[in-house]
Design a binder for this molecule. Structure first.
Ligand code: PMP
Length: 338
């Protein structure tokens, strides 16, 4: 049998992810904390949703034609989502990624058949930054579109229409708070807008890693960053089109150490192997839960995003040598195995 031109059926596997109550975080917060298991998507991250919607919308406008090419600059997860969606629908993918990202993401992209272009890490103002490089490559490639996840609002529409709706249904409409960190901002803005459409009183909180500028922006109106983070995929320095009008009520700043502590606890005590952005999100959800309890809300229920699988970071977060090099605490059980 010939392979179909378009494999629409497999794309239905994107989304409809499980929501799980997290025992340790709930105890720590004194209220119920839930995690949306985005690592169960086919590409093992939350970014499959944005990838699918960006491609669908580009098909609908006619920008993406049969046999065309999708070009994107990404920390990796969006590239993995685009490569899978591209394979299912018959498009080539060219992925530009900073060389500082995990080895596993690069190997995965190559394995999926994407053309991988690695560039040195550079500030956004530098024309060599991975986002600008990907835009130029898209312009130079015939039949190509630039996915432009940061400023293409198809990204956040995916979360308004799917992630937020799923959370609302899975929580039976009983949800008091939502929080997550921002890379493009598609998830926080889209889920925030979608949930507020159901209930204005749901508190939407930004959880920002160190080194990002959004905490200060939402707290004091100034885009200003302090410190740094090794978390991949999060940490934004500007208001992207996806972040414009995001309904942020409050904000927390979470360190890598706090995030790693929750990565370790969720793995060893709850059997979830996650990346660092998930740990940072969980620490933010606990902070939000405590705040809602302090405000006198009766047994508040808070949801956050478990963004991607820890298997993507075996060479970094789960590697004692790497952790030591970065001055981060090494998980006890990794030392025992040395
Ligand atoms: N965590 C990880 C691991 C990611 O790759 C991303 C995407 N950059 C995010 C969180 C943040 O998602 P968003 O781009 O929707 O803000």
């Amino acid at each position: 049998m010939n392979a179909p031109d378009r494999a629409e059926e497999t794309l239905k596997l994107i989304g409809n992810t499980p929501l799980v109550r997290l025992e340790g975080p709930s105890k720590a917060a004194g209220c119920d904390i839930y995690g949306k298991c985005e690592f169960t998507n086919p590409g093992a991250s939350v970014k499959d949703r944005a990838a699918l919607r960006i491609v669908r919308d580009a098909e609908e406008t006619g920008a993406l034609q049969p046999g065309g090419t999708i070009v994107e600059g990404t920390a990796g997860n969006t590239g993995i989502g685009l490569a899978l969606v591209g394979n299912a629908l018959g498009y080539d993918t060219i992925i530009v990624m900073p060389e500082t990202q995990s080895r596993e993401k690069m190997d995965t992209l190559r394995a999926l058949g994407a053309k991988l272009v690695l560039v040195p890490a550079a500030p956004f103002a530098n024309p060599g930054h991975f986002v600008h490089t990907s835009r130029r490559l898209a312009e130079e490639t015939e039949g190509a579109i630039w996915a432009n996840q940061f400023d293409n609002t198809s990204n956040r529409k995916a979360h308004i229409d799917t992630t937020a709706e799923e959370i609302w249904q899975q929580m039976d409409g009983r949800i008091d708070g939502f929080t997550c960190a921002a890379g493009t901002g598609g998830t926080i803005a889209g889920v925030g807008l979608g949930l507020k459409n159901h209930n204005e009183n749901i508190t939407i909180a930004l959880t920002d890693p160190h080194g990002a500028a959004l905490y200060n922006y939402y707290a004091h109106g100034e885009l200003q960053s302090e410190g740094s983070s090794v978390a991949e995929g999060i940490g934004q320095g500007r208001i992207t089109a996806n972040l414009e009008g995001a309904p942020i009520d409050t904000q927390f700043r979470i360190s890598d150490e706090e995030g790693l502590e929750w990565v370790a606890k969720l793995l060893r005590e709850e059997g979830l192997c996650l990346g660092l952005s998930s740990g940072i999100n969980v620490a933010g959800a606990i902070a939000l839960g405590k705040q809602l309890v302090a405000e006198g809300r009766d047994n508040p229920r808070v949801v956050t995003i478990l963004c991607d699988t820890g298997f993507r970071y075996l060479s970094t977060l789960y590697n004692p040598q790497w952790l030591e090099e970065k001055g981060l605490p090494v998980f006890d059980w990794l030392r025992e195995n040395d």
